[in-house]
Design a protein around this ligand. Sequence first.
Ligand code: CTP
Ligand code: MG
Length: 230
Amino acid sequence: PAIWAVIPAAGRGTRFGGDVPKQYLEAAGQPLIAHALDALLGHPAVAGAVVALAAGDERWPGWTQRHGKPVLRCVGGGERADSVLAALQALPADIAADALVLVHDAARPNLRRDDLDRLIDAACTSADGAILAAPVRDTLKRADGDGRITATEPREALWRALTPQAFRRDALVEALRQARADGAVVTDEAMAMERTGARPRLVEGREDNLKVTTPADLALAEFLLARRES
Ligand code: CTP
Ligand code: MG
């Protein structure tokens, strides 16, 4: 059964700063969004991708195919969840309701094949989907409003959510619609699913599958991608 990739790329990159939204910044010779697309479309099980772009985006290179697979586009929304929902609605009509979709940040250029393989394996056998995640490494402090430590939180059971996040299309659409109807802000797809009672599986992924948020992250991504290609 076909697996499709969904790439939210409608953000403005406020924390990064500058004029160019970070998904269009280049690292190792191509924009971050091209790295994200290639990582997914380069996998034999992935049939195509939908990208959600900001309204009036003039930087999108206009790709309709990569790796011989279709690349569809749609207009995203004000929140990440709106962009993902728009992309899910732009999937081809003949995709099965329970087809697996992989939601992956456009600003995450260093997704590796072994992580994708393990994520797809886990998602295929989990009723509630699966996400890549990495264990928290730092000691975690809770603070009061004055920035004073009130507690040190145990980190053993805490993970950082990465992408891709893999879910059945119809279940994810329903979860995102529900979150929107409830006025709930969900910062990733798993959170929308969790609100419906689902318990997605965590798949430990590589720490270097980083999301570019700041200029320092871009320098690190450049280093990681250059090292891969050499
Ligand atoms: N995204 C989106 N639609 C939105 C907001 C975010 O498609 N309304 C996408 C971004 O383009 C990015 C991914 O979701 O690929 C992760 O979001 P984030 O890292 O927060 O990117 P931005 O929202 O662009 O950055 P910032 O929060 O700093 O403005
Ligand atoms: Mg954002």
